[in-house]
Design a protein around this ligand. Structure first.
Ligand code: AMP
Length: 618
């Protein structure tokens, strides 16, 4: 029986481009997608920094064209990766914000906030989005939220999962479970369909989002959702498709106007927004236009693109998706004919060519589009959150059994990858292997833990290393145990034990170079709180500015209609007029003005207004 957490928990789909939050509603026997303050059910995963405030979500995305360098998105593409990672290097060229290499090759985002340069890691940006999603949920539920279930792409590696947990911690949240996005979507789909689900059903989940692509095969039987295999690419999605379109039109602009816009972040950002819009139109129309006024050096851009051209420039992306579909079925040892339902998830699964290829592959089978592809993941996360929380009574009795996406092992003599936990093993799992020393009187052993499918250990991803020391003098072949354990979140712990001496030298892999150390997380939690305090301060000041502005308006109006019996002298009127001028000047330069000054001036003007009105009444 899984541990139950106190109170109410929500499910958050922390997406590359959009995020979504949902909560289980006992009284309605279903999960509810919670809309944000704009009434939108998904919130852009954008954070912007300006001279006087920080913006998150719609507010950040809406101002991107005018503040491209300080508007950060795609943090999920960076999380858990190194700066030197080729994927980061490729993305960096297309982002309007700056990314540099920090300590231990950690990518750091450079922004200007309140006139000062700030360095932020992907975990911090993600934590800001999580904070926003929590606020949305708290407003709806009218109670504080601490516990959350966060979803990640099934293909996220160990470092990416841990970094996501860290992002939650920085936001002051308790991430009670990390679940895989396609599994969450299957949960949503399965619940939707459970009334007519008889016997065992094989479900194929195809999840093509903004930045990641995931596929999973699950078997649903009674209350058990068993993942059979999972696959994907954590760097393949709608944004890559947008990039193709951007490059296509950059070339066209160059050809037509003999100027290159690639060095201009603002122009690129504006073109990208137009391309994304055109892409969406091409999902229901066969041709569309792309228009950007004064794109670069005052030159307007106007062009069109057909669906056929769009498909041509993206065909290799679509084919890569199909290859991953095939290999997932091979991994699960299943024939495509045994798949009962193909479920589409993620905004990019709306692309007609993607649907066509998938339908053809599954021999013309109807694709399941009954659940909203943008919301299914958050819905499933909310179900999982309810299953783990004490605060819900009316949750369907379900069991989720997921798998690990990548093989995990040790490096053996000759740089061989010795797999301890093969990929697609059911989690949680704990496997202990006996190992031996390779030299006489070897005092210690270096244990290097890798993740990946390559034969040579060094071709895989080194997760971390530690030393088992204090081995008593003995000939080679002295044996010790190494234990790999993956918890329900898919997070790995490796320990080594000297069985002969009974010495337990247990070490958990936490020494990722790119992972945030505990004291750094503590520091970032404090910083996150400060951001929150500054946001509130800004809001308080904005309210006072509004009140002052409105008061100026009311005083001006009152002065415009002087009563014949008004007792205001011309000296009084001069004084009021000069107070209005001071107030207007303060409002014009409000950025440099303290809230206290604005407040005291508001008070003064309010008392003048009262006098004008009272004088008139007498
Ligand atoms: P998600 O990560 O699931 O929120 O998916 C977001 C991605 O889906 C973005 O790249 C969007 O541009 C893309 N998307 C959303 N709607 C459509 C559509 N109708 N046609 C093509 N792509 C879409």
């Amino acid at each position: 029986m899984a541990k139950k957490y106190e109170g109410c928990a929500v499910g958050i789909d922390l997406g590359t481009t959009y995020s979504c939050v949902a909560v289980w509603l006992d009284e309605h026997n279903r999960a509810e997608i919670i809309h944000n303050e704009q009434g939108n059910r998904t919130t852009p995963s954008f954070v912007a920094f300006t001279d006087d405030q920080r913006l998150i979500g719609d507010a950040a995305k809406n101002q991107v064209a005018t503040n491209a360098e300080n508007t950060v998105f795609d943090a999920k593409r960076l999380i858990g990766r190194k700066y030197s990672d080729s994927v980061v290097q490729k993305d960096r060229m297309l982002w309007p914000f700056k990314v540099i290499s920090g300590v231990n090759d950690k990518p750091m985002i450079v922004v200007k906030y309140k006139g000062q340069e700030k360095l932020l890691c992907a975990e911090e940006i993600s934590s800001m989005i999580l904070t926003k999603m929590r606020e949305i949920a708290e407003k709806f539920l009218e109670s504080p939220i601490k516990n959350v279930v966060v979803t990640v792409p099934a293909y996220f590696c160990d470092a990416q999962r841990k970094a996501t947990v860290d992002a939650g911690a920085i936001a002051g949240l308790n991430v009670i479970r990390i679940i895989n996005e396609p599994t969450a979507a299957a949960l949503a789909y399965g619940l939707d369909k459970r009334s007519n689900c008889v016997g065992e059903k094989n479900i194929f989940v195809f999840d093509l989002g903004g930045g990641t692509f995931d596929v999973s095969i699950l078997t649903i039987k009674d209350k058990v959702f068993q993942v059979k295999a999972t696959g994907g690419n954590t760097h393949l999605g709608g944004e890559d498709i947008d990039n193709r379109m951007v490059n296509y039109f950059v070339d066209e602009f160059k050809r037509k106007n003999k100027v290159d816009i690639t060095g201009n972040p603002r122009a690129l950002r504006r073109l990208r927004t137009a391309c994304e819009r055109a892409k969406r139109v091409l999902s229901f129309s066969v041709v569309t236009t792309v228009e950007v006024d004064s794109l670069f050096q005052g030159i307007d851009f106007f062009s069109s693109i057909t669906r056929a051209k769009f498909e041509e420039i993206n065909m290799d992306i679509f084919n890569e998706c199909m290859e991953i579909v095939k290999s997932c079925l091979t991994d699960a040892n299943m024939d495509k004919s045994t798949v009962n339902d193909v479920v589409l998830v993620g905004g990019s699964s709306r692309i007609p060519k993607v649907q066509q290829l998938l339908q053809e592959y599954f021999n013309g089978k109807d694709l399941c589009m009954s659940i909203n592809p943008d919301e299914a993941v958050a819905y499933g996360a909310a179900v999982q959150a309810a299953l783990l929380s004490e605060g819900f009574q009316n949750v369907p009795n379900l069991v989720l059994r997921d798998v690990t996406p990548l093989s995990l092992g040790l490096s053996a003599t000759g740089d061989i990858m010795n797999v301890v936990i093969p990929r697609n093993t059911c989690i949680p799992v704990k496997i202990t292997q006996s190992r031996e020393t390779v030299a006489d009187n070897q005092p210690d052993v270096l244990i290097e833990v890798y993740e990946g499918e390559r034969t040579r250990a060094s071709d895989n991803n080194l997760l971390g290393s530690f030393t088992l020391s204090g081995i008593p003098p003995s000939p080679r072949g002295y044996s010790f145990n190494v234990c790999f354990a993956i918890d329900e979140n898919g997070i790995l712990t490796v320990s080594a034990t000297d069985k002969s001496t009974g010495n337990m030298n247990e070490i958990t892999i936490t020494n990722y170079k790119e992972r945030l150390p505990a004291d750094e997380i503590k520091k970032l939690i404090e910083e996150a709180k400060n951001y929150g305090i500054e946001d509130k301060k800004f809001l308080r000041k904005a309210k006072v500015m509004n009140a002052l502005d409105y008061c100026v308006y009311k005083v001006k109006n009152a002065l415009k209609q002087p009563e014949p019996n008004s007792k205001l002298s011309s000296v009084d009127i001069d004084m009021i007029n000069s107070a209005i001028t001071v107030a207007s000047n303060l409002l014009d330069s409000s950025q440099q003005v303290e809230i206290g000054v604005l407040k005291s001036h508001l008070k003064e003007l309010e008392s003048m207004l009262e006098r004008i009105i009272t004088d008139k009444k007498e």
